[in-house]
Write a protein of this length. Structure first.
Length: 92
């Protein structure tokens, strides 16, 4: 096996270290440069008659304020969004 002289080993080791450190540093900077998540102000939607309905058991949640949209889970399955027309007193 051919042994390299110490004066060749050290520059090669330093070059490999700098390449690995540069790749790691650029990866860390890429993670930190991610766009910040946009914040959504809560909005009243009680007049829209929107419900989350569980298809398994029929449980319903009425949506009254919307912030960040995250569909809840019930019975282990995501609930479906249902919008119903509001019954007006004039139609009765």
């Amino acid at each position: 096996m051919l042994a390299l002289a110490w004066w060749i080993q050290w520059p090669v080791a330093i070059a490999i270290f700098l390449v690995v450190a540069g790749l790691g540093w650029s990866f860390i900077r890429g993670l930190g440069a991610a766009a910040p998540k946009e914040t959504i102000a809560p909005e009243d939607v009680q007049d829209l008659d929107v419900y989350f309905v569980c298809a398994e058991c029929g449980t319903e949640y009425q949506v009254t304020r919307l912030g960040e949209v995250q569909v809840p889970r019930h019975c282990g399955e995501p609930m479906t969004v249902v919008r119903r027309p509001r019954s007006s007193p004039l139609n009765n």
